[in-house]
Design a binder for this molecule. Structure first.
Ligand SMILES: C[S@@+](CC[C@H](N)C(=O)[O-])C[C@H]1O[C@@H](n2cnc3c(N)ncnc32)[C@H](O)[C@@H]1O
Length: 299
């Protein structure tokens, strides 16, 4: 079954296309080999959900197939977006553990033949990124972009840090604040252990807890009351941005992606080691929803 995405996925992919276009143009006449790593690659194509169709479980791709075939619109996923840019990367690495989607990606290797150098890794992102960062790559010979677009909070900070440690990668990250992270934060502060461990891995420490909850001594016997802060969402976003800045050197302004009713879903963030990349990323991320259509298939 072809994956299904909300109409807002177009906005994300148009921003990605614009950034990859900017990046590869800037590096076009430079001596480095360029790498594109898609750590949560998905399949080659997705079906765009009709905006009037009810969403029973926002954030999950699979929903019942209720669309009229005449209305069906397909969207190139991020791997095809990256393969389709005018100045291709020297090498593409697609990481995807789901067998059907990994198979679709292997199909891209055959489809593009010698015109693109593609490696598909049927692995979870953490293992795929570990593979990438232990290849013979160096700052003197390579430059790269990693697109980190997980469902929810499946991106581990240690993977992001290892990309930063190479000194040659920039990242475009889907920070799934409203689609996933906020749903793991009950008002009373009793975060189930498994969720707390996921968030620890996602943020790289337990700092998120104090950004979300405050505690105050309460009553005669000074019992401690845990309260969820009113501004916890902004605090979490800023915590993640601070982490990115300290790992990479530069971090963009966040770009909020909303659903068709205007409800916030997630943020796109860029981080990297160069000011020039920051200027390009900020410009593209701020372009609002007036993005001109940049390529066939992503509209
Ligand atoms: C949001 S989708 C990616 C969409 C794709 N980047 C695009 O824009 O076309 C997330 C993908 O991550 C895959 N995935 C789930 N867990 C993963 C993990 N631990 N490591 C890597 N990929 C994972 C899912 O199978 C899914 O295809």
């Amino acid at each position: 079954m072809v994956a299904e995405v909300g109409p807002w996925a177009k906005e994300k992919l148009e921003i990605l296309a614009r950034y990859l276009d900017f990046y590869t143009k800037v590096l076009k006449n430079q001596p480095w080999r360029t790498l594109y790593v898609d750590a949560f690659a998905g399949g080659g194509r997705a079906k765009v959900r009709n905006k009037n169709e009810p969403i029973s479980t926002p954030g999950l791709l699979e929903t019942p197939d209720t669309q009229d075939s005449e209305q069906t619109e397909f969207l190139d996923g991020s791997p095809r977006v990256a393969l389709g840019i005018a100045n291709p990367f020297s090498r593409y690495v697609f990481i995807e553990p789901a067998p059907k989607r990994a198979e679709e990606l292997s199909g891209l290797e055959a489809e593009f033949g010698d015109s693109r150098q593609i490696t598909t890794l049927r692995l979870p992102a953490a293992e795929g990124i570990a593979w990438v960062t232990t290849q013979a790559i160096s700052k003197s010979k390579h430059r790269g972009v990693a697109f980190l677009d997980p469902f929810g909070a499946r991106l581990e900070w240690s993977s992001v840090q290892s990309l930063a440690d190479t000194g040659l990668f920039e990242v475009v990250v889907n920070f799934a604040l409203n689609m996933a992270i906020n749903r793991m934060l009950p008002n009373d502060g009793n975060v189930p252990v498994a969720w707390a461990e996921t968030l620890d891995r996602y943020f790289g420490s337990h700092e998120w807890f104090d950004e979300v909850y405050s505690s105050a001594a309460h009553g005669l016997f000074a019992s401690t009351e845990i309260r969820k802060r009113d501004d916890y969402s902004v605090r979490l976003l800023e915590l993640y941005r601070r982490n990115l800045k300290s790992a990479f050197g530069f971090v963009s302004t966040p770009r909020l992606i909303c659903n068709t009713r205007g409800a916030p879903l997630y943020y796109l963030l860029w981080a990297g080691p160069h000011r020039k990349g920051l200027e390009g990323a900020d410009y593209i991320l701020r372009m609002g929803d007036k993005l001109p259509k940049v390529r066939k298939g992503s509209t």
